[in-house]
Design a protein around this ligand. Structure first.
Ligand SMILES: Cc1cc2nc3c(=O)[nH]c(=O)nc-3n(C[C@H](O)[C@H](O)[C@H](O)COP(=O)(O)O)c2cc1C
Length: 175
């Protein structure tokens, strides 16, 4: 199967903003977290932490902290992916603190999204939120930086029409 096939996992994944109330089983959540932790990461330091939220009040709080993105409250599961910048900085200095730990958590997030797709779930990566508020709501330890809120659940609707720039317009070959 090529990467461009409509049936590929890359094409099936889409940002879902409408979910049914059906919960995600604990076993499935574990499958998603397993996928996340096998992401590539700088020096295998694994400077990531995952906060699994099913609590309705907290999901509502996260939606408010994400400037009213209400689907975070209706999705049955929100996984907050945090980076621990100082763990990366200890070995890699500023580059670890400011770049690698964020790349590591992004790779984990993408693994989680694709695993969710494989499990028949829908998801949405949310990056627009007040980090301080999210850290307070989740009561995360000092030093954990919330990087992404990942809404997960069963899709209530179909994906809207999506497009991407053609490969030729975003690629430079040096042969
Ligand atoms: C770093 C990042 C931040 C994002 N933040 C938000 C967000 O705050 N709210 C939202 O609805 N979607 C958010 N998205 C999802 C994008 O809008 C979405 O991936 C993009 O429009 C392409 O659509 P697709 O995921 O359906 O292919 C974010 C995605 C990324 C990677």
């Amino acid at each position: 199967m090529t990467q461009d096939s409509d049936a590929s996992i890359f094409r099936k994944r889409f940002s879902c903003r409408s979910y049914t109330a059906e919960p995600v089983s604990r076993e499935t959540v574990t499958t998603l977290l397993e996928a996340a932790r096998w992401a590539p990461n700088s020096g295998n330091l694994q400077p990531w932490r995952f906060v699994v939220v099913t609590n309705a009040g907290m999901r509502a709080g996260l939606a408010a902290a994400a400037y009213g993105q209400s689907f975070l409250a209706t999705a049955p599961l929100v996984v907050t992916i945090c980076a621990v910048p100082e763990e990366s900085a200890r070995r890699y200095g500023d580059r670890g603190r400011e770049l690698y730990c964020l790349q590591d958590t992004a790779a984990a997030a993408q693994n989680l999204l694709l695993a969710a797709t494989q499990e028949g779930l829908a998801s949405c990566w949310v990056g627009a939120f007040d980090e301080t508020r999210v850290a307070e709501i989740l009561d995360v330890p000092v030093g954990w930086r919330p990087v992404a809120l990942i809404a997960v659940g069963y899709a209530a609707g179909q994906p809207s029409q999506r497009s991407r720039r053609p490969v030729g317009s975003i690629t430079v070959w040096k042969i």
